[in-house]
Each structure stands twice: as C-alpha cells, then as structure tokens.
Design a binder for this molecule. Structure first.
Ligand code: SF4
Ligand code: SF4
Length: 76
C-alpha cells in the first residue's frame, strides 16, 4: 500500500492537492498549523493508489508519496 506523508507545517491551505486527488481521499483539517492555515490531511489512506499527483501539485512540497507497485487509475 502506498504511503502518503504530509508535513502539515509546510502546508499553506491552498487545497490544490484536495482538488487533484483522483480518489478524493484528501481533505482540509478543521484545525490550523503553526502558520495559521487549515492544512491538508489524508482521509481513508487505504484508498490511495500512489499516483503522486498530490505531491507533484503541492507548491510547498509538503507531501511525500512512497509507492510500491503503483496502479495508475487516474481518471475513471
Ligand atoms: S498519491 Fe494520488 S491517490 Fe494518493 S493521496 Fe496523493 S493524489 Fe490521492
Ligand atoms: S497542495 Fe500543499 S500547500 Fe496546498 S493544501 Fe495541499 S499540502 Fe497544503
């Protein structure tokens, strides 16, 4: 199963990762980080397909994806 790590204190709450995730498993937290932004968090990590789109999209490099045997199902 792919692993997604979000460094919440690098997040500026732009929501780009939430928009791009093809499995809709990223959401914004109701809490704020050290910078005062609502940060992205992962909901349902077992549904991640390891596509890395969230990490590629994030302008602040706050997301790292470790994937083994990525299954590319980007747009169904
Ligand atoms: S790697 Fe892909 S499926 Fe997993 S959280 Fe990021 S955008 Fe979503
Ligand atoms: S794309 Fe990056 S900065 Fe924007 S909400 Fe997602 S983790 Fe935060």
């Amino acid at each position: 199963m792919p692993g997604v790590k979000i460094d919440i204190n690098y997040c500026k709450g732009c929501e780009l990762c939430v928009q791009v995730c093809p499995t809709h498993i990223l959401e914004m937290s109701k809490e704020i980080n050290l910078k005062g932004y609502f940060y992205a968090r992962l909901n349902e990590p077992t549904h991640c397909i390891g596509c890395q789109l969230c990490a590629i999209m994030c302008p602040d490099v706050a997301i790292k994806v470790q994937s083994h045997g990525t299954r590319f199902v980007l747009f169904e």
